[in-house]
Design a protein around this ligand. Structure first.
Ligand code: ATP
Ligand code: MG
Length: 412
C-alpha cells in the first residue's frame, strides 16, 4: 500500500492496513498523520503542517516531536543519536531491547507496505510526514537493528534564509538566480546531509511560473512553489501488492514524454545520468539535479562513471564531451566542522581541453581557521574573473554587475 493513497475516511482501507500487523494504538495516529499530510510538500510556502505528532515510535517520539532535531540515528537499542544544527549528540533515550527496537522498525516499514527481516534486511521507507527512513537489521547489521531517520524539515529555507545564516552570499544567490533564469543546467554536488536538497529547493523558486516542471525523486522531498509541476517518485522493490520496482531512469525517460520545460532530478546516482544528460542537451536546458560528491571535479567524475554504467560502449572522451556540453554550472555544498552548511564553490564548465573538462571557479568559500568556540572562519569571495556565464546572462538581458563576481564577505 502506498502511503499517499491511504484514505482514513474509508473503513476498507483502514481495516486493510490494520490487518498488516499493526497494534491498534499504533496505526490510528499514523493514519491521522497520513491524512494531515497526504503528500509532503502539499502545503504552502513557509511553515508546513506539523510532523506526524502522534506517530507512536516509543522512545523516538519525543525526538520526532522536537523541531530542532534534523536526524535521528539509532545504533541498536541502547544508542540513539540526534543531529541538531549540524552536530551529532548521543541522547539518553533508549529502547528496552533490540526486540523492541525491531518491533518499532517493523511498524514503520509494514505501514508502508514493506517488510524487513533476515531475508530482506535493508529497507527504505518514508513516514507520513515526509521523513526519510532507512533500516538495516541483522544479519547485515552486525550489532543489532539500525535505524536512520532524516526528518522532513518543518520549515523550508528560502534563498534569503541561506544568506542570513551564511550558507552563501547575496551575490552568489544573484548569480545562481540568473543562471536558473537563463536556463543553465545546474548540478549541486555535496556529501551526505550537506544541504544539496535544501539548496535545490531554494533555487527552484527562481524557475518562472509559466514553465512546466517535472520532478523525479526517490523520496519526494522537493517543495516547488510553481503551479505547473508534475511530481514523480520511484517505487522501491519489496512493496507488497504493488508490482515491480520503478527506477529513476524509467521516470526520466517517461518525463521526456510529458512535454516538460525543465526536469528536476532530486539526486542522480546511477544509470539515469545518461538519459538526464541527453535531456539537458536536447531542449530541456535549465534542468537541476544533485550528486553525492566532495568537490565539483569529483562530481563530474562520478557522473562519468554513472554514464559509463548506463552504456559501457561509450568512449570516456565522448562521455566527457556529453557532460561538458550538458552541465553548465556545478555548485558544491559542504557541511563544515562547526555544523554549518556552506556553498564552497560555484564553478562553471568551460567545455573540453584535450581529454579534460575545464572547470572554472566563479565563487569560493575559503576557510582560514576556527574561533575559540569552534566556529569556522573564512570568507566567501568571487574569483574576480569575468565568467563565461556573465556573457550569457548579458545576452539574455540580465543585468548583473561585474562587481558581483569580485565581492568578498568575511564569516566569523
Ligand atoms: N544551508 C543550510 N543551513 C542550515 N541547515 C541546513 C542547510 N542545508 C540543509 N540544512 C539541514 O541539513 C539537513 C540535511 O539537508 P538536506 O536534506 O538538504 O541535505 P542533502 O545533502 O540533500 O542530504 P542527503 O545526502 O541525505 O540527500 C536538513 O535537516 C536541513 O534542514
Ligand atoms: Mg538530498
Amino acid at each position: 500500500m502506498k502511503l499517499e493513497l491511504i484514505d482514513i475516511t474509508n473503513p476498507a482501507t483502514r481495516n486493510g492496513t490494520v490487518g498488516h500487523g499493526m497494534t491498534p494504538g499504533g496505526i490510528g495516529p499514523v493514519l491521522a498523520a497520513a491524512t494531515t499530510r497526504r503528500l509532503a510538500g502539499d502545503h504552502g510556502p513557509g511553515v508546513i503542517a506539523p510532523a506526524s505528532a502522534a506517530l507512536d515510535l516509543g522512545p523516538l517520539q519525543p525526538l520526532m516531536d522536537d523541531p530542532t532535531v534534523a536526524d535521528i540515528l539509532v545504533n541498536g537499542a541502547q544508542r540513539i543519536y540526534v543531529e541538531r544544527d549540524g552536530v551529532l549528540y548521543l541522547t539518553d533515550s533508549h529502547f528496552r531491547s533490540d526486540a523492541e527496537l525491531l518491533a518499532a522498525i517493523q511498524r514503520i516499514v509494514s505501514f508502508t507496505g514493506r517488510r524487513v527481516d533476515a531475508s530482506s534486511p535493508l529497507v527504505d521507507a518514508r513516514l507520513p510526514d515526509g521523513s526519510r527512513v532507512n533500516a538495516a537489521v541483522p544479519p547485515v547489521a552486525v550489532d543489532g537493528p539500525s535505524l536512520s531517520i532524516r526528518r522532513f524539515p518543518r520549515s523550508r529555507f528560502f534563498a534569503e534564509d541561506l544568506v542570513a545564516n551564511y550558507s552563501l552570499t547575496k551575490e552568489m544567490v544573484d548569480c545562481l538566480k540568473a543562471c536558473v533564469q537563463v536556463r543553465l543546467n545546474i548540478m549541486i554536488s555535496g556529501g551526505a546531509g550537506s544541504g544539496k536538497t535544501t539548496l535545490l529547493n531554494a533555487l527552484s523558486r527562481f524557475i518562472p511560473e509559466r514553465e512546466r516542471i517535472v520532478t523525479i525523486e526517490d523520496a519526494a522531498e522537493l517543495r516547488l512553489q510553481q503551479p505547473h509541476v508534475v511530481r514523480l517518485e520511484t517505487r522501491p522493490t519489496g512493496c507488497e501488492s504493488e508490482g515491480d520496482a520503478i527506477y529513476v531512469r524509467q521516470l526520466v525517460v517517461n518525463a521526456l514524454r510529458m512535454r516538460p520545460d525543465r526536469i528536476v532530478v532530486g539526486e542522480v546516482r546511477s544509470e539515469e545520468a545518461l538519459d538526464m544528460l541527453q535531456a539537458m542537451n536536447t531542449g530541456h536546458d535549465g534542468s537541476l539535479t544533485t550528486i553525492h560528491a566532495n568537490s565539483p571535479r569529483d562530481g563530474l567524475s562520478r557522473l562519468e562513471v554513472m554514464v559509463g554504467m548506463a552504456n559501457a560502449n561509450l568512449a570516456p572522451r565522448n562521455i566527457r564531451q556529453q557532460i561538458a556540453s550538458s552541465i553548465h554550472v556545478v555548485v558544491q555544498m559542504a557541511r563544515l566542522p562547526d555544523g554549518t552548511r556552506k556553498v564552497t564553490h560555484i564553478a562553471e564548465c568551460l567545455g573540453m581541453e584535450g581529454d579534460v573538462i575545464i572547470l572554472q571557479d566563479v565563487f569560493m568559500f575559503e576557510r582560514t581557521g576556527l574561533t575559540a568556540d569552534g566556529k569556522v572562519t573564512g570568507q566567501f569571495h568571487g574569483t574576480g574573473m569575468r565568467p563565461r556565464l556573465f556573457d550569457r546572462l548579458r545576452s539574455a538581458a540580465i543585468d548583473l554587475p561585474l562587481s558581483t563576481f569580485r565581492s568578498v564577505t568575511p564569516v566569523n
